[in-house]
Design a protein around this ligand. Structure first.
Ligand code: GLV
Ligand code: MN
Ligand code: MN
Length: 411
């Protein structure tokens, strides 16, 4: 039965992957039109499983499966429905679809706690440079600053919310209140650890901290044919030198990963020296002090390179997310559920960011990883193995059973 359900889950993820801003690929950023298709495909299934479904004013899809009795505590299960540019079918979406499948498996049986399934509107940070818009709304940290942040077309987060037919002045209503039991997220590992060990599942101990910045080099645009090499102030050449320095520092610092994933050179003509070059920087490390020191050193390096080349350098920090430990209590419940299913109990830390980092600020949070074949993610080749998805369903089921038996609410 779980194999059939796993097949359904995978098929659903693959269908949702067709909801895209770009034909032939899966690209779905914050509240872009295809997100509406995702919402309308998931809603009937969620309602059919016994949930009351709505979209909050931050664009999160929320399905409430009520407890056996009113005023019971609430367990949140979810992940995100947005994607990176040219994504695979499973990052984020698998966690939402698995959560719906788990509720579906209950076949109407009510538990001593409410389950709320959340499909977060935004986790990747692609459109606005800042991730976790959806989960920030649930934890009450989607502030005016973030609502005013603009995408490359000049559209603000608040505009995007309005364009979707929602009301940015009501995002406060998305904040979770009451007796919060915890948050559990199922997610593909997005790395090679489980695949290399031949394991279907892994339990997350903690999620590394991350910094995201924009670094801009400014020089002077001029004619590519007539400007002598000695008289140039080439912003792109300065950025290139710095990008190599970013890679070198990360290679030389154990545990550090650093990525320049975006680069925009202006005016962007084959025969014009680039006068301006904007880059992104993403830096991660399990130890927040190491990460902060690395960021400081990379800014200093950018300054030195710019000054040696007669360029200006400006930088702006969009994200300083501390590393986050998962809840020992919920994690030990996942351990037992994994062992109960006959799977090896393996703990690992997450190099990717997750909504669980944000939810952990309001309630105990835990995560279960599903093996990513070849460790491929943020890529159309992202995959899952049907048996692994069935294993995750078995663990989720057992986790719910243990929580239902634990008796915290049997007063
Ligand atoms: C999200 O997937 C991230 O870690 O960038
Ligand atoms: Mn992702
Ligand atoms: Mn994700």
């Amino acid at each position: 039965m779980l194999t059939t359900k796993a097949r359904e889950v995978i098929r659903c993820c693959q269908l949702l992957a067709e909801c895209s801003e770009e034909p032939g690929f899966t690209t779905r950023t914050f509240l872009s039109p295809p997100m509406r298709n995702v919402h309308s495909q998931l809603t009937p299934w969620m309602e059919g499983s016994g949930m009351t479904v709505g979209v909050d004013h931050a664009g999160n899809l929320r399905g409430v499966y009520a407890a056996a009795s009113p005023a019971s505590p609430r367990l949140f299960i979810g992940s995100h429905l947005d994607t990176v540019t040219r994504a695979g079918a499973f990052d984020g979406v698998l966690g939402v679809v698995l959560a719906v499948a788990l509720v579906d498996l209950l076949e109407g049986r009510r538990l001593p706690f409410t389950i709320e399934v959340v499909g977060f509107s935004e986790e990747e940070g692609v459109r606005f440079g800042v991730p976790f818009i959806g989960s920030r709304a649930l934890t009450g940290s989607l502030d005016e600053d973030l609502l005013g942040r603009r995408d490359a077309e000049g559209c603000s987060v608040a505009d995007a919310i309005r364009d979707y037919g929602l009301d940015p002045s009501c995002v406060g209503q998305a904040r979770v209140e009451g007796d919060l039991l915890g948050y559990v997220e199922f997610h593909i590992e997005q790395g090679p650890v489980l695949d290399n060990l031949g394991l279907p599942l892994g339990i997350v101990d903690g999620i590394v901290g991350q910094s995201r910045l924009t670094v801009v080099f400014s020089g002077a645009a001029n004619h590519a044919g007539t400007t002598p090499m000695s008289a140039r102030r080439d912003a792109l050449a300065g950025a290139a030198e710095w990008i190599v320095a970013v890679e070198r520092l990360a290679r030389d610092t154990p545990g550090l990963v650093a990525t320049v994933g975006q680069i925009r050179a202006l005016p962007g003509a084959v025969n014009v020296i680039p006068g301006r070059c904007q880059t992104s920087l993403d830096v991660r490390h399990p130890d927040d002090a190491v990460r902060s020191a690395a960021v400081a050193s990379l800014i200093e390096r950018a300054r030195a390179i710019a000054s040696g080349r007669g360029l200006e350098m400006q930088w702006d920090t969009h994200l300083e997310q501390r590393s986050t430990a998962m809840s020992p209590l919920l994690t030990s419940m996942l351990d037992r559920a994994v062992a109960h299913g006959g799977f090896p109990v393996h703990h690992l830390s997450s190099g990717a960011g997750h909504d669980a980092m944000i939810m952990a600020s309001r309630m105990p949070a835990a995560m279960l990883f599903v093996r990513s074949p070849q460790g491929v993610s943020h890529h159309p080749d992202e995959a899952v193995i049907e048996e692994d998805v069935a294993a995750a369903l078995a663990v989720g089921w057992q986790f719910l059973e243990e929580m239902a038996r634990s008796g915290r609410w049997s007063t």
